[in-house]
Every structure is written in structure tokens, then in C-alpha cells.
Design a protein around this ligand. Structure first.
Ligand SMILES: Cc1cc2nc3c(=O)[nH]c(=O)nc-3n(C[C@H](O)[C@H](O)[C@H](O)COP(=O)(O)OP(=O)(O)OC[C@H]3O[C@@H](n4cnc5c(N)ncnc54)[C@H](O)[C@@H]3O)c2cc1C
Length: 541
């Protein structure tokens, strides 16, 4: 069969490449089925890139062969692990004409060490798989989970420098050594992994000499086929904390109050701070009785929901980990700092959560607070703080859809509109206020709810995640959302706040970086990938 879509590289020969790939990996795993290709070209916002084929290798050797063939026939390749990069571009390559290299069949847990707390995984190992594996090993170790689907890749997320909830929430910071297929097809092991007899490759991340692991995160310089990650020993005791803040104007004080607690180690985990719009969209869809009314949802209606669900203008949550005594000390410090600012301050451990489950119905009858529904969201959040993946957060992408999320949610397939703009700021109340003011002004002007979550991943910096959520089935919404996102990004970067991670639009939009730095990166790229066959255009390179 002759394929009609040309590859982007001049002189590329896709048909010959397809024939060679069918010899290198099982023909069944060279996919040119039109429905599968159209699905791979679909994200949660408009895209025009075409995907001419999908390859599904099952080993590092097959990945290497695929790349060698791509070089011979000048056919660009775009790797994904599980391709659930929703809100950032899903499976869609940055440039048109790239063949998708789907790594989900590389799904082995290669090595596990309970005593030294590390695990080595391939790209197809999902959050669910690792969590179940640790359970079957009766392990005393916790993984860290994201709020995205349990079927997301551990490797894909860490390579995008994603985050979670526990003290190990900064995912790339837990990486200790990679196996990488270079664009030429050659394979390298980083760190001490390059010495065949090295005994410390999985416990000492720097190796000796230049540290290169970072070159393969958010990059197009290699395909990672194995990654070693450190795991967290389960603490003696865990307690989650929840702080509700009544007024929007208090946010800067909250940030400035949290900073010293994170700096001095009172709080060791990632702290998540969501505004009222963010919380409501995690609990339910856009309220149907408000449909047909002017969008975005008004503050008045929002406040009604905030009262009935008992959330604040801003809502802080985090975990305390240690011995009972250490947790008690941390709890007292948090009380001291937030006693005045907080509308409500709650500490919940496993025991209390079980008790709440037990009394949920009578509690609802006596107080009117819908505890059964509240527990449906509280339980997964509590679990995330212990590294337990959940499928309860993905339905929030159906916020503006007419129909509720199905039992097997798929935001790409169901045309949920979502564009993330995730910018980093210093942990300063003043910086956050500047960002939040820009977000509220811009998103409401375009008719979108300004849903924001602020994540204190480390003590010094905050990730301000702004979601533009909409319904792709409503004519004109795609264009409006994209315009809104682009304007927001321009305004935030103009103030000095840059994304920690790009979506495939913002990769092309953010400009102004140092010329010498761009040259440095492109020198590396040209020397490793002279035919530019690996993920061209990814991260401005
Ligand atoms: C409701 C919701 C909640 C979310 N919550 C979170 C959250 O809490 N934390 C978070 O970080 N994200 C979150 N996300 C974003 C996203 O869904 C996750 O980051 C997800 O893990 C990314 O998809 P993936 O794991 O399938 O990675 P992939 O899509 O497979 O990979 C991401 C990108 O990395 C590159 N890549 C992947 N694998 C390789 C490889 N082996 N070698 C080289 N390059 C590679 C590719 O360019 C790919 O496009 C959320 C999304 C939604 C919709």
C-alpha cells in the first residue's frame, strides 16, 4: 500500500521505511490503520500535525533498529511512553509527518531493591503497575503518584519533569541513571551505569565526569528505554492537613506563611493550593442549572457551591510524615502559623478517615454537610499523599461537557478542551499575586473559569498551573481557548514567569532565550542527530 503523507525530512522515503520496519519488528506492530492514526493526531486542543504511522517496538534493541531505519530513509520519529500527556499535546508530535514510536510494550520492571529503595522500569510501566507491584512484593516503600490516570507512564512523566504529592513529588529529582537510545541507534547507560561492573549505578546519581541525565529530559536528544528511580520508605505515621482560606486577598500571606515551614523541613512534601474554581471542577461538572447563563461561572454561584461543599477561596493541602512525635510537632507549627488566617484547619490520618466513612450517613443527616460525596474526593486526595494512584481526577476534564465523564474517560476521544499553562515563580506571595491577577483578568475576559492550582514542589519555587477548560464540541471554543492561552502565556512571560514544561503550542511561542544557549543546544542536536529524525522541534530544538 502506498502512503500519501510525506515525511518532513527532504528526500524522506516513508514507504521504504515502513517495509524495513515491518522486517525489524512484527508487521502487526507497524500501524497505518486510519482510525488509529486519526486518534493519535487528536489532543485536547486543536492540532494540525499528521501522523503517517505508529510503531510499537518491544525492546531496546527494536527501538534502536527503528531509529537506524529512520536515519536510512530520513523519516522523523516521535517517541511516547503511554501518550497521556493531556493538556500538553497528548500523543501529537510537535512537527507534522512524524512517525509515532509508542513505547508502551516495553513494560518490564527490570530491577527492584527493597533495602536501598530503588526500582528500574521501562517506559510502558504505568503508575498502576508499579503500585500493584510494590503491593505484591509486600514492600515498605511508597512510590509517588501524579493526579493523572493510573495508566500514565512513570518514565514519560518523569521525563517531562512532572510532579506528585509526597516528599518524593519532584519526579526527575528521584532519577538515578538512564538507558538511552541515541538518534543514531547507539545505546548508552548514564552515570556509573556505563561501567559494566559498577556496584553503585542505582544509588549514586552523578557518576563521575559530566552529568548528562538532564540532557534527556524535555528533550529530543535520545529515547529513554530504562530509568532507575528512588522510592520513599513508608513513614511510621502519616497525617494529611487541609487549610481553607476564606478570602482571595489572603493568598500572598498564605504563601509567605508556608515558605518558612517548607524551608525548615516542618513540611517535607509537595503542598497543593487550589482556588475555588479548581476545587469545584474537581468535584463536579459545570453546574447544569447555570447553562445558558453568561460564562464564566459567576462568583455568586461559585460561593453558593463553596458553602455547600465547605471549601474556601483558596485550599491548601499537604502531608506530614515521620514518627507520631515529629508529626505532632509539625502539626503544632502549622496551627501556630495558620490559626489566624485559616477559615478551617483539619488534620486527617488513616484512622480518622475510616471513622468518617463509618459515620458518613448519620453525619450528613445531622449536619447537612454532604460527607458521603465529600469523602469521594477526600479519599483519593488522601491516597495521593501516600503515593496511591487514582482515577478520580481525570473526570475533571469533562467540566464543561454536556455529558458526564464515562467509566473509561478519554479526554482526547471525548473532545474535552484542556490547555495547561504551568509557570514557575519564586515562593513569594507578591509573585503569586501578580500571576493570579493576570490569570483572573485574562481568563474571565475570554469566558473561562480561572481555575488555578499552585504547587510548592520545592521550598524555593512554585508551579502555578492554570487550566483553560472548555468543550471542543461548541463551535468557536477551540479558537477562543487557544487565543486565551497564547495571550496568557505572553503576559506571564513578559512579567518573567516561564513554563516549567511546555505544551506543543508553547514550545513554539516562548521566545527571547539567549542566542548562545540556543546555539549550544543546536550544536549538540546536530552532532547527535545530523538527519534531525528524532522529535524535530521538541523544546525549541
Ligand atoms: C486531570 C489531569 C491531572 C493531571 N495531573 C498531573 C499531575 O499531578 N502531575 C503531572 O506531572 N502531570 C499531570 N497531568 C498531565 C499528564 O497527564 C501527566 O503528566 C502524564 O503522566 C503524561 O503522560 P504520559 O505519562 O503518558 O507520558 P507521555 O505522553 O508518554 O510522555 C510525555 C512526553 O515525553 C516524551 N517522552 C515520553 N517517553 C519518552 C521516552 N521514553 N524517551 C524520550 N522522550 C519521551 C514525549 O515527547 C512525550 O510527548 C494531569 C493531566 C490531567 C488531564
Amino acid at each position: 500500500m502506498t502512503t500519501t503523507i510525506p515525511s518532513t525530512a527532504p528526500g524522506g522515503d516513508l514507504d521504504s521505511a515502513l517495509a524495513a520496519w515491518r522486517r525489524a519488528i512484527e508487521p502487526l506492530n507497524v500501524i497505518i490503520d486510519q482510525a488509529a492514526l486519526r486518534a493519535a493526531e487528536t489532543a485536547t486542543f486543536p492540532t494540525e500535525q499528521k501522523v503517517p504511522a505508529i510503531l510499537r517496538p518491544e525492546s531496546t534493541e527494536e527501538v534502536s533498529e527503528c531509529l537506524q531505519i529512520a536515519n536510512v530513509y530520513r523519516t522523523p520519529i516521535y517517541p511516547i511512553s503511554t501518550g497521556k500527556n493531556w493538556g500538553y499535546g497528548s500523543r501529537v508530535p510537535v512537527e507534522t509527518g512524524c512517525v509515532l514510536l509508542d513505547l508502551s510494550r516495553l513494560d518490564r520492571i527490570v530491577d527492584f531493591d527493597e533495602k536501598l529503595a530503588h526500582v528500574t522500569v521501562e517506559p510502558g510501566v504505568t503508575q498502576r503497575r508499579l503500585y500493584e507491584y510494590l503491593k505484591t512484593q509486600r514492600s515498605r516503600l511508597w512510590m509517588d503518584a501524579t493526579g493523572s490516570s493510573p495508566d500514565c507512564s512513570i518514565v514519560g512523566n518523569a521525563l517531562e519533569r512532572g510532579y506528585g504529592h509526597t516528599p518524593y513529588g519532584d519526579h526527575f529529582a528521584q532519577v538515578c541513571g538512564l538507558k538511552v537510545v541515541l538518534p543514531s541507534g547507539e545505546v548508552i547507560d548514564t552515570g556509573f551505569g556505563r561501567f559494566p561492573n559498577a556496584r553503585s549505578a542505582r544509588v549514586y546519581r552523578w557518576g563521575v565526569g559530566p552529568y548528562v541525565d538532564g540532557l534527556f529530559a524535555q528533550s529530543n536528544l535520545g529515547i529513554v528505554t530504562q530509568m532507575t528511580l528512588w522510592l520513599m520508605p513508608a513513614p511510621d505515621y502519616f497525617q494529611a492537613f487541609y487549610i481553607n482560606i476564606e478570602n482571595h486577598g489572603q493568598l500572598a500571606d498564605v504563601i509567605d506563611g508556608l515558605r518558612p515551614l517548607r524551608m525548615d523541613g516542618t513540611i517535607k512534601s509537595a503542598v497543593h493550593i487550589g482556588n475555588d474554581y479548581k476545587i469545584l471542577s474537581s468535584i463536579q461538572q459545570y453546574p447544569s442549572m447555570e447553562r445558558g447563563q453568561k460564562k464564566p461561572l459567576s462568583a455568586e454561584v461559585l460561593n453558593r457551591f463553596a458553602k455547600s461543599w465547605d471549601f474556601g477561596a483558596w485550599n491548601v493541602s499537604g502531608g506530614l510524615y515521620g514518627t507520631r512525635r515529629e508529626v505532632a510537632l509539625a502539626r503544632n507549627r502549622i496551627k501556630e502559623v495558620f490559626r489566624k488566617n485559616a477559615k478551617r484547619l483539619r488534620f486527617v490520618d488513616d484512622h480518622l478517615l475510616r471513622l468518617l466513612q463509618y459515620i458518613q450517613s448519620p453525619y450528613y443527616r445531622f449536619t447537612g454537610l454532604n460527607l458521603p460525596e465529600l469523602l469521594k474526593i477526600m479519599q483519593p486526595i488522601h491516597g495521593l499523599k501516600k503515593g496511591i494512584p487514582t482515577d478520580r481526577i481525570i473526570p475533571s476534564t469533562y467540566w464543561r461537557k454536556k455529558d458526564p465523564a464515562p467509566s473509561n474517560p478519554d479526554p482526547d476521544r471525548d473532545r474535552c478542551g484542556l490547555l495547561w499553562c504551568s509557570v514557575i515563580s519564586p515562593t513569594n506571595g507578591k509573585d503569586v499575586k501578580t500571576i493570579v491577577d493576570i490569570v483572573y483578568e485574562t481568563l474571565t475576559r475570554y469566558g473561562f473559569e480561572p481555575a488555578i492550582s499552585i504547587i510548592m514542589i520545592t521550598e524555593r519555587s512554585l508551579d502555578n498551573v492554570i487550566s483553560v477548560m472548555y468543550d471542543r464540541d461548541i463551535p468557536g471554543e477551540d479558537e477562543r481557548a487557544v487565543q486565551c492561552h497564547d495571550e496568557l502565556l505572553m503576559k506571564l512571560t513578559a512579567e518573567g514567569y516561564y513554563p516549567y514544561r511546555h505544551n506543543i503550542r508553547s514550545m513554539k511561542l516562548v521566545s527571547g532565550s539567549q542566542r548562545e544557549y540556543r546555539q549550544f543546544l543546536s550544536t549538540i542536536k546536530r552532532s547527535l542527530d545530523p538527519n534531525n529524525i528524532l522529535a524535530p522541534g521538541r523544546y525549541e530544538n
